[in-house]
Design a protein around this ligand. Structure first.
Ligand SMILES: NCc1[nH]cc(CCC(=O)O)c1CC(=O)O
Length: 319
């Protein structure tokens, strides 16, 4: 007799289906149960407005969470960078699997890199965080680029380059990896040039807080370092009182001495979308052993950034 299938709620975009499918396989392996994908449409999928205009964080996750709370599905997979930082009543992030490449990348015509885009190049991105850092880079490197707000799925965005409407678009490497289009990248951006969004490249597997047996099974997919890193990054975002459409970048990584891991470093950036002002800081501390320690690392860096005027740079944020 086969066991009853677990129901995985997912958006139907190619990216969501790819990452849900990946987690479905892993969950099936640890539970020995089949996993069935249940497609759910979210406001973020149907709205034509720019993300920054829709405003609220988590437009992509609200419908999935409703389905979880109503018991229509057993668990859901989110891109962690789209997940609001506030804990949601009745739900728990039961697993954060190992993060993949957190970097942003460029897909440009003529195989160009960011540094050899032509004068006046039109570069598409809907993220204020990317605009701020790309414009700051251009200003300090004597380049002239025009950042153009776009949205849509990966195919749509790359389509603007293929059609000649834009010279380049900036996307997350992780998303391109998941939909099998990483070969089209023409430049992997150093995180010193563009710091990724908090949680970028990581997934969150969420389920009902009272489903103890599923929580225990999903825990096997959890990667403790990724969890500590993204917890620190998201703590920084929360302490800046910013959301996923704010011009905030954050990345935590490990500093090692040979084979020995020494410390965790957390880097943060906030800026105006025109790139005229950036507050860019980093801090290091012992590798957090607890959730509270990871939160504290983000809180410390946020306090330093706020002391340097970070709050005043987020006036353009959506909410
Ligand atoms: N902004 C939308 C979004 N949300 C998650 C990803 C994929 C990368 C990830 O999971 O971090 C993307 C696409 C992108 O930013 O290019």
């Amino acid at each position: 007799m086969t066991e009853k299938a677990l129901r995985l709620g997912t958006r139907r975009s190619k990216l969501a289906m790819a990452q849900s499918g990946q987690v479905a396989d892993a969950v099936s392996q640890v539970t020995g149960r089949p996993v069935e994908l249940v497609e759910i449409t979210t406001y973020g999928d149907t709205s034509r407005e720019h993300l920054a205009q829709i405003g609220g964080t988590g437009v992509f996750v609200a419908a999935l969470r409703d389905a979880l709370l109503r018991g229509e599905v057993d668990f859901a997979v989110h891109s962690l960078k789209d997940l609001p930082t506030a804990q949601h009543e009745g739900l728990v992030v039961a697993a954060i699997p190992e993060r993949e490449d957190p970097r942003d990348v460029v897909v440009a015509r003529d195989a160009r890199k960011l540094t050899d885009l032509p004068r006046g190049a039109r570069v598409g991105t809907g993220a204020p965080r990317r605009m701020a850092q790309l414009n700051a880079y251009a200003r300090t490197h004597g380049m002239e680029i025009e950042t153009v707000p776009i949205r849509g799925n990966v195919d749509t965005r790359i389509g603007y380059v293929r059609s000649g409407e834009l010279d380049a678009v900036v996307l997350a490497a992780a998303g391109l990896n998941r939909v099998g289009r990483i070969d089209e990248v023409t430049d992997f951006l150093s995180v010193d040039t563009v710091l990724p969004a908090p949680g970028q490249g990581a997934l969150a597997v969420e389920c009902a807080a009272d489903n103890a047996s599923l929580i225990a099974a999903l825990a096997e997919l959890d990667d403790s370092f990724t969890r500590a890193a993204v917890t620190a990054e998201r703590s920084l975002l929360a302490a800046l009182e910013a959301g996923c459409s704010a011009p905030v970048g954050a990345l935590a990584d490990l500093l090692a001495d040979g084979q020995t891991v020494k410390e965790m470093r957390l880097r943060g950036v906030v800026g105006t979308t025109d790139g005229s002002t950036l507050v860019q800081l980093s801090t290091t501390g012992p590798v957090p052993e607890t959730h509270e320690a990871a939160l504290a690392l983000g809180g410390e860096l946020a306090a330093e950034m706020l002391a340097q005027g970070a709050a005043g740079l987020m006036g353009e944020r959506a909410q």
